[in-house]
Design a protein around this ligand. Structure first.
Ligand SMILES: [Zn+2]
Length: 178
């Protein structure tokens, strides 16, 4: 019953080994190779297209690592963290973190671009701008001068930042369907 009394070695010195899907053992410490998005579309739904070789879970964000024995392994972000916990993996761990941050930045940028494209599409439809031109400006004194929602939105575009304009845009779209 040796295993009961055996104390766990400190996480900082234990290297993690991962058996790949091809049956090879990738031994730690690891070197970071790259971050990869693995997605596939099935029936219009985006699904995780990869498999973590450590825990067998489906993954969309894959981290490719090279073991100290030169064997490559594909793992999810959580398992990549577990694989690189020891001190000898410091370089790999920092590289994974920085790749993750870059990925999140790219996602945020893509979301902004998508939102901007949506706004552009809505505003370039003349029936939408015609509707806006029939609604009085939400700013009372401007409305009393004959300003419309379209004038207000133009003003927001010229004078406000992206976040402010987006807020005004949402309000304007709501006003057209009210
Ligand atoms: Zn995993």
């Amino acid at each position: 019953m040796d295993w009961i009394t055996k104390t766990e070695p400190a996480m900082t010195t234990t290297e993690v080994n991962v058996l790949t899907l091809h049956g090879e053992l990738a031994t730690g410490p690891f070197r970071f190779v790259r971050f990869e998005i693995k997605k596939h579309v099935a029936g219009g739904v985006v699904k995780a297209g990869g498999t973590c070789e450590r825990c067998s879970q489906a993954i969309a964000n894959a981290v490719i690592l090279t073991g100290s024995n030169g064997v490559n392994v594909t793992v999810g972000v959580d398992c990549a963290r577990i694989c690189t916990e020891s001190a000898a993996n410091r370089t790999a761990r920092l590289a994974i973190e920085s790749a993750e941050r870059a990925h999140l930045r790219a996602l945020a940028k893509a979301a902004t671009t998508r939102r901007e494209a949506d706004m552009d599409a809505w505003l370039s439809d003349p029936s939408n701008t015609a509707k806006l031109a029939t609604i009085p400006s939400p700013v009372a004194w401007r409305a009393s001068n004959g300003d419309t929602m379209l004038d207000w939105l133009r003003w927001a575009f010229d004078n406000g930042g992206a976040t402010y304009f987006r807020k005004c845009f949402v309000a304007a779209v709501k006003a057209t369907v009210a």
